[in-house]
Design a protein around this ligand. Structure first.
Ligand SMILES: N[C@@H](CCC(=O)N[C@@H](CS)C(=O)NCC(=O)O)C(=O)O
Length: 209
């Protein structure tokens, strides 16, 4: 597997699931990286220096030599394409790649507006509609639970970046008042991810369902 000439710089925030998603994948790939904490409460992500790195003023962002990239899913796609020569994490077969993309879209849609938004309300006191976020989460997890009935991973029998993208905010969903009690297939899938070599957990908060 190719390795970067110098450690990849990861701009992150410790309680950000989007940041953890990238950190988890760097760790699973065994790539050297340097984590740089961005002071979100202090507004560092809206400074001109950080906006040059991430135009929407959001973490995570990375620098890998000459490459600067923001958006967690875009970063997963980049890292898989550049460093996983075997194409295990992002298959090259068109249909298999489309299956992965389908779940990346879920991560940027239902997951972000459902469980992640619900957690923003409970952990960060965000002025969002908690009931609406929980309803979106229920819709997402109904589909995901049925999909995972056959075991394996989201896009097939092997783990891909589809799993990495959806893992973190699902693992911490109870912090947002979204219980996983009724979803045994989802809980078993979380456990399968947690046994992958190189797995690193997301930092938990005191808020829990
Ligand atoms: N689509 C982005 C979303 C990233 C995101 O929402 N980051 C949050 C932290 S988890 C953030 O930086 N929020 C600050 C803001 O939006 O101003 C991604 O996947 O990276």
């Amino acid at each position: 597997m190719p390795v970067p000439a110098q450690p990849i710089r990861l701009y992150r925030f410790g309680l950000s699931g989007h940041s953890h998603r990238v950190e988890l994948f760097l760790s699973l790939l065994g790539l050297p990286f340097e984590a740089i904490d961005v002071d979100l409460p202090g507004g560092e992500h809206k400074t001109p220096t950080f906006l040059a790195r991430s135009p929407f003023g959001q973490v995570p962002a990375i620098e890998d030599g000459e490459v600067a990239l923001a958006d967690s899913n875009a970063i997963l796609v980049y890292l898989a394409g550049r460093y996983d020569e075997a194409g295990r994490w992002l298959p090259r077969d068109p249909l298999a790649a489309a299956e992965v993309q389908r779940w990346l879209s879920v991560a940027a849609g239902f997951l972000a507006y459902g469980p992640a938004a619900a957690r923003l309300v409970t952990v960060f006191k965000a002025q969002l509609d908690h009931e609406r976020a929980k309803a979106i989460a229920a819709r997402l997890y109904g589909v995901m639970e049925a999909h995972l009935a056959r075991g394996g991973f989201l896009a097939g029998p092997q783990p891909t970046i589809a799993d990495i993208a959806n893992y973190t905010y699902t693992a911490v969903a109870p912090e947002g008042g979204v219980s996983l009690q009724d979803y045994p297939n989802i809980r078993a899938w979380l456990s399968r991810i947690e046994t992958l070599p190189g797995f690193v957990p997301m930092r938990r908060t005191a808020v829990a369902a």
